[in-house]
Design a protein around this ligand. Structure first.
Ligand SMILES: C[S@@+](CC[C@H](N)C(=O)[O-])C[C@H]1O[C@@H](n2cnc3c(N)ncnc32)[C@H](O)[C@@H]1O
Length: 235
């Protein structure tokens, strides 16, 4: 057997490029206890089986799903402000997940569940098609160096995945403080099959009222960054 063949056989299966790098951030005591004691109430374990969402929440309210919620403060605020909806947050960073569960528990907010896993895999395997009223992607990692652009979560396959998961008429709301990424999102989304730009082709959205300020947004604003919102509707 040639060494080439040996290498091929032993090499790991093809790895897809991820939109995140898992940082082993330290959990505070409160975050760790929240994960230990309240995962049953707030957490959804990742599996490749489609979730029956109606069994997760004790009502049939519509679902708003957020990808990469960070420390979850803005998601929690939104869930508090909008008790008429159920919220699913997806985040890979354990301290952020612990932080959200800790505060949701303290504030007695129950219309929220979290999944600690890669959102792309969760959407592909765990979320039923045409089941989500709104998907939110706020301040995704901009991967601003050109050689890292391939890590950006917004790309044609991902956009079509979001399209599949939204109900007809459902919304995809994005925001970023990186102009170059904002322009790229606008171009990709305006050209995406099956979506309508709610502000008209070529325009960013001026609707900030429907969104709570996030931690990364605050950080960007302090640095003097501008913020661009984009809202698209599934045809
Ligand atoms: C720049 S932070 C923004 C956090 C938050 N949305 C905010 O505005 O404060 C991006 C977050 O997305 C998460 N993330 C990136 N790719 C992800 C993926 N594929 N699945 C789940 N979370 C992801 C990262 O762990 C990180 O916490």
């Amino acid at each position: 057997m040639s060494s080439n063949n040996i290498n091929k056989e032993n090499s790991p299966p093809h790895r897809t490029i991820k939109s995140f790098v898992l940082r082993q951030g330290r959990l505070t005591k409160a975050q760790q206890s929240a994960l230990n004691d309240h995962w049953q109430a707030y957490g959804i374990d990742y599996s490749e089986q489609v979730l029956s969402i109606d069994k997760l929440f004790k009502n049939n309210n519509e679902i708003i799903l957020e990808i990469g919620f960070g420390n979850g403060e803005s998601l929690l605020q939104q869930a508090t402000n909008q008790p008429q909806y159920n919220f699913i947050g997806i985040e890979v960073h354990s301290p952020g997940v612990g932080h959200l569960i800790h505060h949701a528990c303290r504030q007695g907010v129950h219309n929220i569940k979290v999944i600690r896993h890669d959102a792309v895999e969760v959407l592909k395997h765990q979320i039923a098609d045409s089941s989500i009223k709104q998907v939110q992607l706020f301040f995704p990692d901009p991967w601003h160096k050109k050689k890292h652009h391939k890590r950006r979560i917004i790309k044609p396959d991902f956009i079509q995945l979001i399209h599949r998961k939204l109900k007809p008429g459902g919304l995809f709301h994005m925001a970023t403080d990186w102009q170059d990424y904002a322009d790229y999102m606008l171009e990709q989304m305006d050209n995406a099959e099956g979506f309508i730009n709610t502000s008209g082709t070529g325009n960013f959205s001026a609707d900030r009222a429907s969104r709570c300020e996030t931690k990364f947004e605050r950080r960007g604003l302090k640095l003097g960054h501008q913020v661009w919102d984009l809202i698209y509707q599934k045809r």
